[in-house]
Write a protein that binds this ligand. Sequence first.
Ligand SMILES: [Zn+2]
Length: 142
Amino acid sequence: MNAGSTPSDLAALRSRAIDAARQAYAPYSNLRVGAALRSARGEIYAGCNVENGAYPIGGCAERGAIASAVQAEGKEFRLAAIAVAAFAADGTPLPVSPCGACRQALVEFGADAQVTFLQADGSWIEVDAGALLPYRFILPGQ
Ligand SMILES: [Zn+2]
């Protein structure tokens, strides 16, 4: 199981995810996504979506946060929890869960990590990363 997060831990992550969404570079979709994760060491890393005029090379907030964590903690990085928040251009919360590629990235670093994401009504869903991707890709010997 994951290290667990207290309600105040999750509240802090959610707040950081909302802040990160404000930094999104999303001139094409106007979908602003922020993610903030807590590593097993207790550090927090954030990311936002970064779009590109060549659409497929844009990057997701979750994987941006993971890249930042790996850069800081190296191969020892383990994911304890992550919060994801998405907003329309007018600031309305959107019910966006991590995409398939991000789900695979999340379970690579913590299948038991807590994942929480914002809903349109302002509530947050909480689920383990492994539950988001039960039939994930696993290399033999991994
Ligand atoms: Zn994604």
